[in-house]
Write a protein that binds this ligand. Sequence first.
Ligand SMILES: *[C@@H]1O[C@H](CO)[C@@H](O)[C@H](O)[C@H]1NC(C)=O
Length: 160
Amino acid sequence: MLVLLAGIFVVHIATVVMLFVSTIGNAWVVSDDGIRSVGLWKNCTSGNCYQALSYADEDALKAVQAFMILSIIFSVIALLVFVFQLFTMEKGNRFFLSGAVTLLCWLCILIGASIYTHRYANSNRSGFEPYHHGYSFILTWICFCFSFIIGILYLVLRKK
Ligand SMILES: *[C@@H]1O[C@H](CO)[C@@H](O)[C@H](O)[C@H]1NC(C)=O
């Protein structure tokens, strides 16, 4: 039980870190030669990210940015709630609040990553070819899986 809780805690922290890295890392789509990359904020050449994205004004991109930031906020809140419940909640109860907030985080990643995948990731909007998905994009989908698993585990687990 304690090992399981500790494991979830570690995975949750990893999820927060990965969400943060993926959101600020401008590597959602990367050219195959590795020189160019674009993310949610900037268009990079050889690691220099000064140039704005050509589609910076599009509502779809702003929605992705907003949902990714919301997902970070919810994942941090869920982690704090979990720690709080760990110390204050009565034995036998479920970590319902942590689970609910984690699933909100999962929902935000679902929406943000889906919009990005649909609008930008596979449509050569980046302006360079050939390209592949960068680490930010991959981390985001890993966080999508992780946040769902921890969210469900929080709902199911009882405090011993
Ligand atoms: C990124 O910059 C390159 C070179 O200036 C340009 O060809 C490409 O269209 C830009 N892509 C985006 C998404 O802004």
